[in-house]
Design a protein around this ligand. Structure first.
Ligand code: NAD
Length: 481
């Protein structure tokens, strides 16, 4: 590990420095190598079962910081967000009342570039969760080596329960209240749970009214407003590439890998579509209303069509309903629908955070978990699953395809030049798969879990930027071994 006498960055893990040219852009793709490892560390500390989301995200960060010998002052700096904003959003309801919503924007680190992160509309969005998600964005953008920092936003609203006119008012009110923190080169929001391309169009329009035309102020916009081809499906496409490479390195045949996916929104539905195209039988999917199962594999195109028509995957003909899980959120709502414990090989949580936790990790039957949602596995569950030998590909790698194509969208807006879908998809594959290969190699070299290796890559690059900016003493971020 680097120490204070080492030239900047010269002695950090090799895999971080080596950006090997990708062979994926050639017609003949070289097979992915270096399977994920699940190290057994009998002396590992047992994480608390009562961590809040931000404590949980920091737990993973601290493991990596320890491996990298990052000194305690720098750890303190990175444990907390750089800036947090809580806003009130008053709206006039259609029946003549005043309703006030709460919203947040948290900027965790801008060391490597403008703050970047989605905005979540969910009734249970809260500041601590947004804090956790902002930090994860810092590490994610660093791992895939794009020039962004990390941020996240949230508004406490159930977007499905209000009329479109009210949703538009809330979106514009939120944007206006946080606009002074935003900028094409300062902070660039994007969609997340409960928000979509339409939300981004309203945000871009509100921002433009005050500051002038600036399509690069948000990503995930509609194509007609300067959005990028391939952005809507990018996270799910990226998840399927991560599954492909994981199975390839482990010598597993996709046709024999039964997949279950929790959440059938943007990420879940596109993951299902691409994985079924890859030849994986997708045996179960679920959404907020329940789950469906077919041991022979679901017809995913038909499920997508059914969900688009009825608003849910439930009651899809030719499928069995999944029994309810005992996993409930703070307000007592059902968080899972028997899907997490379904008999499958690859489990993909693609909905809420912390759904695999102390109360249910033992029910998980899959030997591989691909984290498409953010923070879906708590540190305690992660610790127990790792002891059991379950491969967990962490969110900060597995779902990074979304922010990667957001980066492509931002660069296209700045260049004022649109890329073709083929260019977007081939760059997505090249950069995401290279980043994942780097993480797997580092995990092998250091004998650590994929998550720890991923955090190590992300943290080391952020620390290097802090040193170069002079925000921490040059070469002083690491203590001597
Ligand atoms: P979305 O709003 O499009 O879809 C969310 C899905 O989860 C819906 O099908 C909803 O019914 C389901 N869901 C909600 N509550 C549920 C519950 N209690 N049980 C089962 N299912 C439930 O959201 P999305 O954009 O697909 O995001 C899903 C996850 O992926 C989130 O954790 C988000 O942070 C993460 N993510 C999204 C992106 C992106 O580009 N959209 C990128 C990276 C990570």
């Amino acid at each position: 590990m680097a120490n204070e006498n080492t030239p900047l960055g010269a002695n950090v893990p090799l895999a971080i420095r080596l950006a090997e040219p990708s062979e994926l852009d050639t017609a003949e793709r070289a097979p992915a190598e270096t399977p994920p490892i699940v190290p057994t560390d009998a002396d590992a500390d047992v994480p608390s079962v009562t961590f809040s989301p931000s404590e949980g995200a920091n737990w993973f960060f601290l493991q990596a910081a320890q491996h990298l010998s990052i000194n305690s002052e720098v750890v303190e700096l990175l444990k907390s967000p750089w800036r947090e904003l809580h806003v009130e959003i008053p709206v006039h309801t259609e029946d003549g009342h005043l309703r006030v919503y709460s919203g947040f924007r948290v900027q965790h680190s801008g060391a490597r570039g403008p703050y970047k992160g989605g905005v979540r509309f969910h009734p249970l969005a809260d500041l601590d969760e947004v804090r956790a998600l902002a930090a994860l964005m810092t590490w994610k953008t660093s791992i895939i080596d794009i020039p962004f920092g990390g941020a996240k936003g949230g508004v406490q609203i159930d977007p499905r329960s209000v009329p479109t006119s009210e949703l538009q008012q809330v979106t514009r009110g939120y944007l206006e209240n946080i606009a002074h923190l935003l900028g094409v080169y300062r902070d660039v929001p994007a969609p997340d749970m409960g928000t979509d391309a339409q939300t981004m169009a309203w945000m871009m329009d509100s921002y433009g009214k005050r500051y002038g035309y600036a399509p690069g102020i948000v990503t995930g916009k509609p194509i007609a407003m300067g959005g990028s081809y391939g952005r809507t499906e990018a996270t799910g496409r990226g998840v399927s590439l991560i599954v492909r490479d994981t199975l390839e390195t482990m010598g597993r045949d996709p046709a024999k890998m039964r997949v279950a996916i929790q959440g059938f929104g943007n990420v879940g539905s596109y993951s299902a579509k691409y994985l079924s195209e890859l030849g994986c039988p997708v045996v179960a999917v679920s959404d907020v209303r329940g789950g469906i199962h077919n041991a022979d594999g679901l017809d995913i195109d038909a499920v997508i069509e059914h969900a688009a028509r009825t608003g849910s995957v439930v009651e899809m003909p030719g499928t069995d309903p999944l029994p309810a899980d005992e996993v409930r959120s703070a307000d007592g709502a059902l968080v899972a629908s028997g899907l997490l414990g379904v008999d499958c090989d690859v489990l993909i949580p693609a909905a809420l955070g912390e759904v695999i936790n102390a109360s249910n990790w033992e029910n998980v039957q899959a030997s591989i978990i691909i984290e498409a949602a953010n923070h879906p596995v708590t540190p305690y569950a992660d610790y127990q699953l790792s002891k059991r030998g379950t491969v967990v590909v962490p969110d900060i790698v597995a779902n990074a395809g979304g922010v990667l194509v957001s980066y492509f969208e931002w660069t296209q807006n700045i260049q004022q030049h649109r890329w073709s879908l083929e260019q977007v998809n081939s760059e997505l594959e090249r950069m995401l798969c290279d980043a994942y290969t780097n993480v797997r190699k580092l995990a092998h070299d250091e004998g650590v879990a994929l998550r720890t290796a991923a955090f190590m890559v992300g943290v080391e690059r952020v620390v290097e930027a802090l040193e170069l900016r002079g925000l921490v003493p040059a070469n002083g971020a690491h203590h001597e071994d």
